[in-house]
Each structure stands twice: as structure tokens, then as C-alpha cells.
Design a binder for this molecule. Structure first.
Ligand code: NDP
Length: 285
């Protein structure tokens, strides 16, 4: 029997891991798909356009350009509204887009951009797509690209139980992020004294916590976050030469989006090492 066509939304596909994810989907190896491929410009990557022009794209995969800027709530809502007009359901949402500033001084503007993009924007996009994901016949899934920088072992011990509270509410999570943000804002530029940069760490820890809340509130869906490993992209290359290719970095998110993960939801996935190329497993957040 022919596989049904699923609908996927992927963010930040113009380069890096997002492009590797899109190319894998375009190959047809994850089955028949309609893919909303989002970039800030709203245009498809050149390589995909060329493949489409040369009729090399898989006939069962339709890739549609989509515009999305995660720092603009209206852009997030417009993407969800457009997909709701064109589709009755969404099966997979891969939140790949993210920003990471790794330099000696992280300015207030850098920190705001990091929190708005990786935390607030990404979780707003999740919320906007929940009604469509709930209608998925194959069980809607969300995959949030997080980072091992967001693991709580980097945080002061008194903060860990607050992030991990099993009944954590959205307002409490927001308050935790605002607490960090206003203290950092009062101090001015953040001077990096090591790894990870705190703005990025807080944004991804909050994304992991938001992933857990979403999973708790939506028991019919599979909602997980993951670290793709240390991957050779513009982002990953800032801290030295990364060991993994973008194709290897795409493996864990693709597994969480399309692989057999049973009923796993609300968990953080990674390989044991950031160089590991397996499909990962549940790890402590
Ligand atoms: P890249 O820097 O190569 O690509 C980032 C992507 O995110 C680009 O498409 C970029 O678009 C998009 N993006 C950034 N900000 C926004 C925004 N405000 N609105 C919409 N799109 C935006 O990063 P990677 O491919 O390396 O990273 C992908 C994900 O994996 C990120 O979430 C990152 O945090 C995570 N990750 C990566 C690791 C690595 O080693 N590479 C390690 C751990 C986690 P544009 O081109 O317009 O800027």
C-alpha cells in the first residue's frame, strides 16, 4: 500500500544542519512529503532550486518556500496561518533555526536576539502549530534543536530544581529567563570566561524546559529536544574545528522526527559525545 503523504515544516533551511535535513527529506528517503522549507528570505536554497529545475527532486516530495523570522511574532503567526489555509494537518515540525554568539563580549543586543530566537520565537512557533499537529494521523511530532550548552550542569545548583520542576508553568519559566536577562542587562556586556556562553545556555535550557511543558500539556504528540552534536557549520565553527558534518548533525533530529522512538516525549536526546554519529538516546537535561 502506498505511504500517505505527510506534511513537514522545517526552519532555517538555507544553510548548516537545516539544509542537510532538507536535502535528506528531498531525497525521498523519509517517504512522500510536502515540506514547508522556511528561511528568513522566504526563498529556497539554490541547491534545491537547481535540483527542481533539473527534475532531480524526488517525485513524491514537494518542497515549498516559506518565510519565517523568529524574532518577529507576526511572521511566526503568518506562517502557521498560511499552512492552516493550505493543509488540514501537520505531521512534523523541526525547529532547527537558532543563533549562537561565541565571542569575547556578548552585548545586550546579542543576548536579546539569542533569547528571542532560540527560546521565545521557537516556542511561539510550536504553540502556533499545535492545532495542526493534533490532527496528524501519524502522531504529530515536534523536534527542537537544542544544545548540550543548555544542560543544567552548567548552571548554579539552586537553579536546577527550578528548571526541572515537574509542574513548571509557562509563567514560571518566563520568570526564570527574565531573572537572568534583567540581571545580565544590569551588568552590561557579558564577558565570556569560558564555555558555554550564558545567553545561549539559558536560551537552550529554557527551550528544553518549554519542550517538557509542551509534552506534558499535549500527551497525544511526541515533542522532544536534542543536541545534534558539534557540527561543522557557521555556528558550530565559532569555537574551533567541529568533528561532525552537517549530514551527521541531521541524524538525531531526523530520527526524532521520523524514526521509531516509541512513545518518548518531553525528553532531551543526544549522543554520549558531541562527536558521536549515532541516533542518540535520552540524556539528562
Ligand atoms: P547555522 O548558523 O549554520 O544556521 C542557523 C540557521 O538558523 C540559519 O538558517 C539562520 O538563518 C537561521 N536563523 C537564525 N536566526 C533566525 C531567526 N531569528 N529567524 C529565522 N531563522 C533564523 O547553524 P547550525 O546549522 O549549526 O545550527 C542549527 C541548530 O542546531 C541551531 O538551533 C543550533 O543552536 C543547534 N546546534 C548546533 C550545533 C553545532 O555544532 N553546529 C551544536 C548544538 C546545537 P540566516 O541564514 O537567515 O541567518
Amino acid at each position: 500500500m502506498a505511504q500517505p503523504t505527510r506534511v513537514a515544516v522545517v526552519t532555517g533551511v538555507n544553510r548548516g544542519i537545516g539544509l542537510a535535513i532538507l536535502r535528506k527529506l528531498a531525497s525521498g528517503s523519509t517517504g512522500p512529503l510536502v515540506v514547508y522549507a522556511s528561511t528568513r528570505a522566504g526563498t529556497l536554497p539554490e541547491v534545491i532550486i537547481t535540483e527542481q529545475q533539473q527534475q532531480q527532486s524526488h517525485p513524491d516530495v514537494k518542497i515549498l518556500p516559506a518565510q519565517l523570522s523568529l524574532t518577529e511574532p507576526t511572521s511566526i503567526d503568518a506562517l502557521a496561518a498560511r499552512v492552516a489555509e493550505e493543509q488540514t494537518t501537520v505531521d512534523v515540525l523541526i525547529n532547527n533555526a537558532g543563533v549562537y554568539h561565541y565571542r569575547e563580549r556578548i552585548s545586550n543586543a546579542d543576548r536579546t536576539e539569542t533569547l528571542e530566537t532560540n527560546y521565545r520565537g521557537t516556542l511561539r512557533l510550536c504553540q502556533a502549530f499545535l492545532p495542526l499537529l493534533a490532527r496528524s494521523q501519524s502522531g504529530g511530532r515536534i523536534v527542537n534543536l537544542s544544545s548540550q550548552a543548555g544542560r543544567l550542569r552548567w548552571f548554579a545548583p539552586q537553579l536546577r530544581p527550578r528548571f526541572l520542576a515537574p509542574d513548571l508553568a509557562w509563567e514560571q519559566l518566563d520568570a526564570l529567563v527574565r531573572e537572568y536577562d534583567s540581571a545580565a542587562n544590569a551588568r552590561g556586556d557579558e564577558v565570556q570566561t569560558g564555555w558555554p556562553p550564558m545567553a545561549y545556555a539559558v536560551s537552550k535550557a529554557a527551550l528544553n524546559a518549554g519542550t517538557r511543558i509542551l509534552a506534558r500539556e499535549n500527551p497525544g504528540l511526541l515533542i522532544n529536544s536534542c543536541c545534534p552534536g558539534w557540527v561543522a557549520t557557521d555556528l558550530g565553527g565559532q569555537a574551533g574545528p567541529p568533528p561532525k558534518t552537517p549530514e551527521e548533525g541531521a541524524r538525531i533530529p531526523l530520527h526524532l522526527a521520523f524514526g521509531d522512538i516509541g512513545k518518548t516525549s518531553g525528553r532531551y536526546w543526544a549522543n554520549d559525545s558531541t562527536a558521536g554519529t549515532g541516533v542518540g538516546k535520552v540524556q539528562e537535561p
